[in-house]
Ligand binder design. Structure first.
Ligand SMILES: NC(=O)c1ccc[n+]([C@@H]2O[C@H](COP(=O)([O-])OP(=O)(O)OC[C@H]3O[C@@H](n4cnc5c(N)ncnc54)[C@H](O)[C@@H]3O)[C@@H](O)[C@H]2O)c1
Length: 452
């Protein structure tokens, strides 16, 4: 395939690296940041790819005119401005770049939450107006609270990761099964509503999530709670939010997105048509607003473009690595060895080396370079154990790994000998391989918290 035959139309300005790298890869690129949707429809048949941010909707009419479209890339996370079902029915590849702005959204959500809890915006305003109000601006602490995340995808996961340093419980609810991880426990919606002190929305805008947070939904929470919304404005009924703020059921709200935003996210509305509910938010001290910028950082501006370029190249030239090669092994997970009499041996280690042993051996705690608490297990096994088989050695190593499933795929390509099937337990995922000399290695993608 000669990439020069692939014509790409850019209809929004993006970071210059996008154009540079697509040119370098040999694609033919044209820019048109000004023409109307109708004018672009007139020429879209001439292009194989289009790169859009949020300038207009890509609907059926547009897709019917884009007879030769092979891909649509959206420089952002959501694809709701595109008729995705119709595009897929036409075999058009849809490309988004949530990897590019998820860190920004995680940090912004945390920033909003901390600003709300510590009344930073209000206190700042008061000082500028000459008021030094300490008692009125007494804050709350996150410590000990429960944070409930709705939608545990790119953004939800990023927010949960940012919360790791706080002593909070993080729960998530998602329509997909088994998305919970070390950073958030997946629970039913009812449990999340029963336990949460903070609700953070990270769902797409779909027919099911339109107006999701209304009076009924809010009242299903057992406790008064704080709300953070960085997903889409239309996920929340603003009038119901205003009522809940008035009644104290919602203690405060951080809103990066508003029900009234235009789909392009570029404007709000004319100043003379402010709805009452929105006016209430504007007048409320316990509400923080930002203009749809959670994912909008200097860093994400570069990363979004980079991810789009990588994905377009991967589409045409085959899979290439999107992110840096992940670390495979991240530490020693355990040292297991055979012993004639494990319980006597454990006592010896307890007495002379002061190891804090239990039935399984001893757990050592340490921190990795990201400051995360990690555990390593030391365990003597009875000498007739079958656990080290087919290895006949007296010991078995255990390595901590970052992404076991991905690693197993790589092993398949590399023809590494895998023993048995991968297993999932509440303390992590496991798989076993043999090295060149037949030593059995246990691989562990850990959930360390269960040992605490
Ligand atoms: N404010 C910003 O600047 C900004 C930036 C990026 C993304 N976003 C928004 O954040 C949201 C999430 O983006 P993402 O990339 O994490 O998406 P994602 O697809 O990776 O994750 C969304 C998750 O929500 C789940 N979900 C869908 N419907 C649900 C429902 N009814 N109840 C519970 N869970 C449901 C999905 O199963 C999925 O796991 C989107 O609305 C996106 O547009 C906003």
């Amino acid at each position: 395939m000669n990439p020069a035959t692939i014509k790409i139309l850019h209809i929004d300005s993006n970071n210059p690296i996008m154009m540079e790298q697509l040119q370098e890869a040999g694609f033919t690129n044209h820019e048109d940041f000004k023409s109307s949707k109708e004018a672009i429809e007139e020429k879209i048949h001439d292009y194989h790819g289009i790169i859009i941010r949020s300038r207009f909707n890509i609907d059926r009419t547009f897709l019917d005119k884009g007879k030769n479209l092979q891909f649509i890339a959206r420089v952002g996370a959501g694809l709701e401005s595109i008729d995705t079902d119709y595009a897929k029915s036409k075999n058009i590849k849809l490309i988004a770049a949530p990897e590019g702005n998820r860190n920004a959204v995680g940090e912004h959500s945390l920033g909003m939450l901390l600003s709300l809890f510590n009344k930073l915006n209000q206190a700042d305003k008061e000082i500028r107006a000459g008021h030094w109000n300490r008692e009125k601006n007494r804050g709350h602490e996150l410590d000990g609270k429960t944070v409930g995340i709705i939608g545990y995808g790119n953004m939800g996961k990023s927010f949960a990761k940012k919360l790791r340093g706080f002593d909070v419980k993080v729960l998530c609810y998602d329509i997909k099964k088994n998305v919970g991880d070390d950073n958030a426990k997946q629970v039913s919606l009812e449990e999340l509503q029963q336990k949460s002190d903070v609700l953070s929305l990270h769902i797409p805008w779909t027919s099911e999530t339109d107006k999701l947070v209304d009076t009924k939904y809010i009242n299903a929470f057992s406790k008064p709670f704080w709300l953070i919304n960085t997903s889409r404005g239309k996920n929340v009924v603003t009038a119901d939010l205003a009522e809940a703020l008035k009644s104290g059921k919602i203690l405060g709200a951080g809103l990066d997105v508003l029900e009234y935003e235009k789909l392009s996210f570029e404007t709000l509305f004319e100043a003379d048509s402010i709805p009452d509910a929105f006016q209430y938010l504007l007048d409320s001290e316990n509400v923080i607003l930002s203009p749809h910028i959670a994912g909008w950082t200097f860093e994400s501006h570069v990363k979004l473009s980079q991810v789009i370029v990588h994905k377009i190249k991967a589409h045409y030239f085959g899979e290439i690595q999107l992110e840096k090669e992940e670390k495979r092994v991240t530490g020693i997970g355990g040292f297991f060895f055979k012993s004639e009499n494990p319980s006597e041996l454990k006592n010896w280690y307890k007495k002379h080396l002061n190891l804090n042993t239990d039935d399984y051996g001893c757990t050592f705690w340490w921190k990795n370079e990201k400051g995360e608490r990690c555990s390593t297990q030391w365990s003597p096994f009875k000498d007739d154990t079958k656990y080290f088989e087919p290895s006949e050695k007296q010991f078995m190593q255990n390595f901590r790994v970052e992404n076991l499933e991905k690693l197993l795929e790589k092993f398949k390509e590399e023809k590494v000998q895998v023993i048995g099937e991968m297993e999932s337990h509440d303390y992590g995922k496991f798989a076993w391989i043999l090295d060149l000399e037949g030593n059995k290695i246990e691989l562990w993608e850990p959930i360390d918290s269960v040992f605490e």
